[in-house]
Design a protein around this ligand. Structure first.
Ligand code: FES
Length: 318
C-alpha cells in the first residue's frame, strides 16, 4: 500500500532553524500504524527524523503527535484511517502547546510542572493507618476511568485555552487534581479546591471539548474539570468569578431562555468591582464597532415557560 506522510521538521541546530513540512513516500501494509510508518522513515529513509516512542501499544503515552491537525497516539492510529480522502499526505506534526525540541519531540517540562503543582499524591489526615485502607468499590470504579490517563499530553496539545494563556493549569493537571479530590482516602479537598479556584485553575476552561476529542484513553478531561467545579460549588466556594459566572448563566437562561451577555458579565464580576468593569470597557467598544454589542433591552424568548419547566424538572431530581 502506497502512503504519503508529510512530517513537520524542525532542527534547532540547522543553519536555518525553521519548521517545514517534508514529504515521504512509503510502501506499507494495510495493518501498519502511523508509528510503523514514522519508524520506517527513521530507520530506512531518513535517520535524522526525531520522534519519541516506547511501548508501541498505547500504554506509555510517549508517541503523541498531531495527525492531520488533531492530537493522538501514533501507535494506535492506523495509516488507513489517517489517510485523507482527497488523496493528500497524512500530515504529522509535533504535539501543540509545548516547546518543540526537534521534529516530533516536544519538551514536557511545563507539562510536568503543572501536574506537580496540583500535589498529585494522597494527603490523608489523622494518625498513620495501621492496615490497608479499604475504599468503597464504587469510588474506585469511578476513579478507574481517571487513572487510565497515560500522560500522553494529547489533551494539552489541543487545549484552546493553553494556546492563548500558558498560565492555565490545563486539562491533564486538572484531571490529575480531580483524581485526588474524588479519592475517598484523601483529606485535602479544601486546600486543593481553594488552590484550583485561583486564576489559571478550573474556571478557566472554556469547555471547547478539544481535550475530550484528543484523549486516546477516553478519560474525558473536560468532564473531570466540570466535576471539580461542581465539587467546589457544593463545598461552598461560590464567591469566585467562575462560580458566580456559572450561577448567573443558569439563572439568566432560566429567566429568559437566552443569554444576556451584559447581565452575565456584571453578575460574574460584581457591579462594584470597578477595576474589572473598567477592564471590560475596551471589549465593549470593540463589540460595538464589530456590531456584536448585546441588545440593551433583553427580551425573553417565546415559550420561555418551557425552558423554566426543564429547570424545575432538573431541580426536583436533585
Ligand atoms: S509508543 Fe507508547 S503509547 Fe505509543
Amino acid at each position: 500500500m502506497e502512503v504519503k506522510i508529510s512530517v513537520r521538521r524542525f532542527d534547532p541546530d540547522s543553519e536555518r532553524p525553521v519548521a517545514r513540512l517534508q514529504e515521504y513516500d512509503l510502501d506499507m501494509t494495510e495493518a501498519s500504524t502511523l508509528l510503523d510508518g514514522l519508524i520506517h522513515i527513521r530507520e530506512d529513509i531518513d535517520g535524522s527524523l526525531a520522534l519519541r516512542c516506547s511501548c508501541r501499544s498505547a500504554i506509555c503515552g510517549s508517541c503523541a503527535v498531531r495527525v492531520n491537525g488533531q492530537a493522538g497516539l501514533a501507535c494506535n492510529t492506523k495509516l488507513t484511517d489517517a489517510m485523507p480522502k482527497d488523496g493528500g499526505p497524512i500530515v504529522v506534526e509535533p504535539a501543540g502547546n509545548m516547546q518543540v525540541i526537534k521534529d516530533l519531540v516536544v519538551d514536557f517540562g511545563t507539562f510536568w510542572e503543572k501536574v506537580r503543582a496540583v500535589d498529585p499524591w494522597i494527603q490523608p489526615e489523622g494518625p498513620e493507618p495501621q492496615g490497608e485502607y479499604v475504599a468503597p468499590d464504587e469510588d474506585m470504579v469511578h476513579l478507574a476511568g481517571v487513572v487510565s490517563c497515560i500522560m500522553s499530553g494529547a489533551c494539552v496539545s489541543d487545549c484552546t485555552v493553553l494556546a492563548v494563556d500558558p498560565s492555565f493549569l490545563g486539562p491533564a493537571a486538572l484531571t490529575k487534581a480531580y483524581r485526588f479530590v474524588a479519592d475517598p482516602r484523601d483529606d485535602a479537598n479544601t486546600q486543593r479546591l481553594t488552590a484550583l479556584n485561583e486564576p489559571g485553575g478550573m474556571w478557566d476552561c472554556t469547555r471547547c471539548m478539544q481535550c475530550v476529542q484528543a484523549c486516546p484513553k477516553s478519560v474525558d478531561p473536560m468532564g473531570r474539570i466540570m466535576a471539580l467545579r461542581d465539587q467546589a460549588m457544593e463545598a461552598g466556594f461560590t464567591n469566585t468569578t467562575g462560580a458566580r459566572h456559572a450561577t448567573a448563566f443558569s439563572d439568566i437562561i432560566e429567566h429568559s431562555g437566552r443569554l444576556d451577555e451584559t447581565k452575565l458579565t456584571i453578575k460574574s464580576h460584581g457591579l462594584f468591582n470597578v477595576r474589572e468593569m473598567i477592564k471590560l470597557v475596551p471589549i465593549g467598544i470593540r463589540a460595538q464597532l464589530a456590531g456584536k454589542r448585546p441588545p440593551l433591552m433583553h427580551k425573553a424568548i417565546p415559550g420561555v415557560e418551557n425552558v423554566r419547566r426543564i429547570f424545575k424538572k432538573v431541580e426536583n431530581k436533585r
